[in-house]
Ligand binder design. Structure first.
Ligand SMILES: [Zn+2]
Length: 172
């Protein structure tokens, strides 16, 4: 026997467009960050929500299936304990591996737990995700500025020579 909450969580496993995902997407649009891609399968782990241009992967994790550490929703059914234990271990190991691979690829990985979307915690959770996006945008802008400065630097070096050539031509 599993509890109602567990049964609901189980139904949510491996599905896209789950209620928590829809909620996160709605909040992201409201915060001014549309343009995400769903189930982005060009990178490992197929992030539920991704901003490929920014290299941000957002996972909306069910507390039951991904076994949110210390969370009251991360229950273990009383029958087939060993089966569930292995299942959770496998899921958690996979999450950890996907995160590591994505980070190696230069992606920022943001994990949102289902319990963090409850009414009381929603605002704080959205703020956290938005901060992550803003921070990424700041880093991208800084990198672009650095590259631009580098290009400008090269032009500064090139220009004097050009002027030099022009003067020489005019001298003749
Ligand atoms: Zn949780």
């Amino acid at each position: 026997m599993v509890s109602e909450a567990t049964r609901k969580s189980m139904q949510g496993n491996k599905r896209s467009n789950t209620k928590p995902e829809l909620l996160v997407r709605k909040e992201l649009r409201a915060a001014g960050y549309p343009g995400y891609r769903l189930q982005w399968n060009r990178v490992p782990g197929h992030p539920d929500i991704a901003y490929p241009g920014r290299k941000i992967a957002i996972f909306v994790n069910g507390c039951f299936w991904h076994h949110h550490k210390g969370c009251k929703y991360a229950t273990t059914p009383r029958s087939n304990i060993e089966y569930w234990h292995n299942k959770f271990e496998t899921n958690m190991a996979r999450d950890k591996k996907d995160k590591a691979i994505l980070e190696d690829m230069g992606w920022r990985v943001v994990v949102i737990w289902e319990c963090e979307l409850k009414k009381k915690k929603l605002a704080g959770t959205v703020e956290y995700v938005v901060t992550e996006i803003e921070e990424t945008d700041r880093l991208i802008a800084a990198e672009n500025a650095r590259r631009q400065a580098q290009r400008d630097g090269i032009l500064h070096v090139v220009h004097p020579r050009r002027w030099h050539v022009v003067w020489q031509v005019e001298d003749f």
